[in-house]
Design a protein around this ligand. Structure first.
Ligand SMILES: [Zn+2]
Length: 676
């Protein structure tokens, strides 16, 4: 399992706005612009507004975007660089089979809109014919296996990764799947926004069925049946809060026992067809597969055919003619509020990133991440690690014996910065400019074989789970590692020309956040070797759980949009990480020369600059439908509360901005949550 990091959702969203210039010299640059602030707001009333109010008033979300803000600007810089790389490698003349050729030709093939348009949905016909020929459940499951081989799954979803309880070995895990709406709750909520979305989703099913040749009356009937089938599956799904408990989402089972409990699925056939050899596996959410086993008997074959027809078309819609692209966009924009489709280059860049991401990351890192940059970050990470070690030593709620184990875990962190030691082998991928669809299938088959090659083998701890150019970071509990790719190690999160207050409040906070994930309500359940194994003293554990509950209660009180409030249980791990990240980054900052000699810069004390930097990096303006979607599915709190929640509980912030009783952010000293 991989704990997706703080920006997981942002990272897949790509923006259009050109980057703000960062080419000025250090002397000319100011890292805090008063025009971005709002001095009419008292810092102690709403520090996020105080720091970002001016910017929020002026900010305009580009029509192709769901949001704008600091990390969107970072993404803009990265995208502009990647676009220049793509333009260069796609101009031709690359050595056949080289990363440059594969990346460049896939991009060129995707940009060839004329050829793609002419094909319409021709590339899908092979799959649609297979679906039409289903005679029984066995055929249906054979199709599922066939699609799995090209890395597409519908009702059987398996992943290969470290065993949660034997973290040095790779195993296969089965997860709940099968839905088209963002998660199970969308099928059951009855508020007007959700009802509108359900209606739009059904209409989208009709549209895609019609586009693939089904007559409208038939398509409308099938859409209802497909939706009803998904709703049945959704009923067996665990909620996103239930999924956060690693112990109850782990069930090792022998293959023959799995066959007995869910015989209609025909696991042995599926595994034979997909090249999987195993005796036992982890079935993470067994209820879903029991339900699937029942539905295979009770739901008519005609509904299953419509289900696959729609989902295959949906999966590939972005890779087909504009009729498909626009139909899909028409539905998705209800989820995130974008007004218009991104330009072609940006959509194809995203496809290249998704399918040959390590190749693109390789080209990016070679050009934009010099070894000096790496050393500065490694130093910062080490300072933060020392600060957390020191904090653990001083915790008043943890026993000495548990502290010793926590420190061992911290010491054992694997630290990855910039880019991987070795790059993915794409020698089995073949890319030809005239055949975009086949190119994608080649990438996807290669991806499947790559994942399969890990099964039953020792874990390769050098592997990265995001690419070098990604604007994101993560903690991975089974590796006990923190990972910071080149993409996020740039201004304004990290700027070699900025003072320490800015960098510790920026990337320092990010690093501290990821470190704290090793000790949040999920991460704390894994030991230093990445095994799901309790290492806590009994009363330490009880105090930990009580603190985590307090954090959840605090965040559940924040109302974001009309009556929609933060789900404190869903966001608990991220909020704990934000609170810990703040403390660790601040403590590490206090060890720097700037913090110690307390000279003001631009009239601000070092502490004030640190807190302002932290509030600046979370600056974001999002469309209401995007906010609503994120509140429902994103384990991160909305940006404003990622600033307010942690600061309300942090006394040095009160001191730096003279926060007093009566100010809206004020909490009495005895009510402030002191965690890590
Ligand atoms: Zn996180």
């Amino acid at each position: 399992m991989q704990c997706k990091s703080w920006l997981a959702v942002l990272a897949v969203i790509i923006s259009l706005v050109s980057c703000q210039s960062n080419s000025n010299s250090a002397a000319e640059r100011s890292f805090i612009l008063s025009a971005n602030m709002d001095s009419s707001v008292k810092p102690g009333d709403n520090f996020y507004q105080y720091v970002n109010g001016g910017w929020l008033k002026r900010a305009k979300i580009p029509p192709t975007e769901a949001a704008t803000g600091t990390f969107y600007n970072v993404l803009d810089t990265t995208k502009a660089r990647l676009r220049s790389i793509l333009d260069s490698v796609s101009s031709g003349g690359q050595t056949q089979g080289s990363v440059e050729q594969l990346v460049g030709d896939l991009y060129a093939a995707g940009m060839d809109s004329g050829t793609i348009e002419k094909l319409g949905y021709e590339p899908l016909k092979l799959y649609l014919a297979k679906i039409d020929s289903f005679r029984n459940v066995k055929d249906l499951m054979a199709f599922e296996a066939y699609m799995n081989l090209q890395n597409h799954s519908y009702v059987i979803s398996f992943g290969i990764g470290a065993d949660q309880k034997n973290s040095r070995m790779n195993i296969l895990s089965l997860g709940q799947t099968g839905l088209g709406l963002p998660d199970r709750d969308y099928y059951f909520r009855k508020d007007s926004a959700t009802l509108a979305l359900q209606k739009a989703y059904k209409a989208y099913i009709v549209q895609l069925l019609v586009l693939t040749g089904v007559n409208p009356a038939e398509a409308t009937k099938e859409s209802e049946a497909v939706y009803a089938l998904e709703k049945e599956m959704a009923g067996s799904h665990r909620t996103n809060v239930q999924l956060r408990d690693p112990q109850s989402n782990y069930h090792m089972i022998k293959l023959n026992a799995l066959e007995q409990t869910t015989p209609r699925i025909g696991w042995t056939n599926i595994f034979t067809q997909t090249g999987v050899h195993l005796d036992s596996l982890d079935i993470a959410q067994p209820a879903f597969y029991k339900k699937l086993n029942d539905l295979l008997a009770s739901v008519p074959l005609s509904t299953w055919k419509a289900y696959y027809r729609f989902h295959v078309a949906d999966d590939y819609a972005s890779d087909l003619s504009m009729a498909f692209v626009n139909t899909r966009f028409g539905y998705l924009k209800l989820l995130n509020g974008q007004d218009s489709l991104k330009p072609r280059w940006e959509r194809i860049y995203a496809v290249v990133d998704q399918n040959l991401g390590d190749g693109l990351g390789h080209l990016y890192a070679k050009k934009y991440f010099p070894p000096e940059a790496k050393q500065r970050i490694v130093d910062l990470v080490n300072n933060l690690q020392a600060a957390l070690r020191d904090r653990i030593g001083k915790l008043d709620w943890m026993s000495d014996s548990t502290k010793a184990i926590a420190k061992d875990k911290l010491q054992a962190f694997l630290k990855k910065v910039g880019y991987p030691e070795k790059w993915r082998d794409y020698s089995r991928v073949s890319i030809d400019r005239g055949h975009y669809f086949e190119d994608l299938v080649s990438c996807q088959k290669n991806e499947y074989q790559y994942q399969l090659s890990k099964l039953g083998k020792p874990v390769d701890r050098t592997e990265w789970f995001i690419t070098a150019s990604t604007v994101d970071a993560y903690y991975n509990p089974t590796f006990n590692e923190i990972v910071f790719p080149a993409g996020i190690l740039q201004s304004p999160a990290f700027d070699p020309q900025a003072d320490d207050a800015m960098n510790y409040g920026g990337i320092g906070m990010v690093i501290g956040h990821e470190m704290t994930h090793g000790f949040d309500d999920q991460g704390a359940q894994y030991d230093k070797d990445g095994n799901l194994k309790n290492w806590w003293g009994k009363s330490d554990s009880a105090r930990f759980v009580a603190k985590a509950k307090k954090v959840a209660e605090l965040f559940s009180r924040f109302t974001v949009l009309d009556s929609l409030h933060i789900n404190g249980e869903l966001t608990d791990g991220e909020n704990i990480a934000d609170m810990g990240g703040l403390v660790i980054a601040y403590n590490a900052f206090k060890m720097t020369k700037e913090a110690q000699d307390s000279t003001k810069i631009d009239g601000l004390t070092p502490d004030q600059r640190f807190f302002i930097s932290l509030a600046q990096i979370w600056r974001m303006l999002a469309r209401p439908s995007q906010v609503r979607t994120l509140i429902n599915v994103d384990p991160h709190s909305p940006p404003m509360y990622r600033v307010l929640g942690p600061l309300m509980n942090f006394t040095p912030f009160y001191d730096a901005f003279h926060v007093k009783e009566g100010d809206k952010m004020y909490l009495p000293d005895s009510s402030r949550i002191r965690f890590w």
